[in-house]
Write a protein that binds this ligand. Structure first.
Ligand code: ADP
Ligand code: MG
Length: 326
């Protein structure tokens, strides 16, 4: 079963001290993770029905395993033909391609076959050989193999060995959409947490943003190593501790280096990106993790990205934001 996984749920701490907000939460397991939305007025709870329903729609759209989904149909037709998809799917895939290009391929949405081989989400894990990986890495490394036809609203994978995987971007997109829906309904304060993809709607008060604690990778108990401020922004964290398996004492985690097909060998333990664009924040958190601290730091400076990098040695870099406030 996919859910039988070594998954450590990301505990994000929303710090509410010194203010008297009463939280009302609703939670559902979807997108292979626990999705929790918290509002701060009892009346706002009713508005969550539509939001959860929209999250389920997104899951159906991007799931690689749901036979009716756009992504499933694209993958089924890989190397054979283009597939017409919804405008929403098309836009998300176009975004994934664009971010892959700006990150120099560190974010790569074409590694589905490789993730399947590793089977991080199942119980039977497999460590693929170079031979198994070679042709897929080569095909996935060429973004021209992800052919997008805007007029036809169609997507074509130009090689049969490719499989689209939006797992590194979909939850960020979903959190941003949920935030926009809540704001559109007049909800002034909410925290959306889709397995570590946070979207902070509004602010804690007129004077202060939300204070979001970032989980200490060594702690599954909700301990945090720092606190960041966010107002109408996503705070998305990627880390090797979130999903992994161990074999012969080696940890194999789920964030792949597209140049090797193996779990990214990085000096980073976790990366958090803070951005009003939740889709970008999600994809970048994955990409920056793959890049490692030096390249990730340079990327954030060049592109004006706010992020917190935590190295495996416990060193914290604050990029574009002031240091720890908590
Ligand atoms: P999570 O999904 O656990 O929040 P991430 O946002 O970092 O974590 O995304 C990791 C997921 O993205 C993997 O489970 C896999 O589906 C996919 N993925 C793995 N490596 C990459 C990569 N280099 N680029 C894009 N997607 C990736
Ligand atoms: Mg991501």
């Amino acid at each position: 079963m996919k859910k039988n996984i070594l998954l450590m749920l990301l505990f994000i701490v929303i710090l509410l001290s010194s203010c008297s907000l009463t939280p009302y939460s609703r939670s559902e397991f979807m997108m292979d993770t626990q999705c929790v939305i918290t509002v701060y007025s009892r009346d706002d709870l009713d508005k969550l029905d539509d939001v959860f329903s929209s999250l389920r729609d997104i899951e159906r759209m991007v799931s690689r395993y749901d036979e009716g989904s756009d992504v499933f149909r694209i993958n089924e037709a890989a190397g054979v033909r283009a597939v017409r998809v919804s405008e929403e799917t098309f836009t998300l895939i176009a975004r994934a391609k664009e971010i892959s290009l700006i990150t120099g391929g560190a974010f790569n949405p074409l590694l589905g076959k490789i993730s399947d081989m590793w089977n991080f989400t199942g119980t039977e894990h497999h460590i693929p050989s170079q031979d198994e990986l070679e042709s897929i890495i080569a095909a996935a490394g060429d973004m021209d193999n992800l052919v997008l036809d805007e007029e036809e609203c169609s997507v074509y994978l130009a090689s049969a060995c490719l499989s689209l995987d939006l797992g590194g971007i979909a939850k960020g997109y979903a959190s941003e959409k949920a935030a926009a829906m809540l704001a559109g309904e007049g909800v002034e304060k909410a925290i959306i947490n889709l397995g570590g993809n946070i979207y902070a709607v509004g602010s804690r008060s007129s004077a202060e943003g939300w204070r979001i604690g970032l989980q200490n990778p060594d702690s599954s108990e909700g301990g945090y190593f720092t606190v960041v401020n966010a107002s109408d922004e996503a705070v998305v964290t990627s880390g090797s501790y979130q999903r992994y398996f161990m074999s012969d004492g080696v940890v194999y985690h789920h964030i792949l280096d597209p140049s090797t097909g193996y779990p990214a060998q990085t000096d980073l333990a976790s990366v958090s990106v803070i951005n009003s664009d939740g889709t970008l924040a999600d994809a970048l958190s994955t990409a920056l993790f793959v890049m490692g601290s030096a390249d990730a730091g340079a990327f954030c400076t060049e592109h004006g990205i706010k992020a917190v990098l935590l190295t495996v040695d416990g060193e914290i870099s604050y990029l574009g934001i002031d240091g720890a406030e908590g």
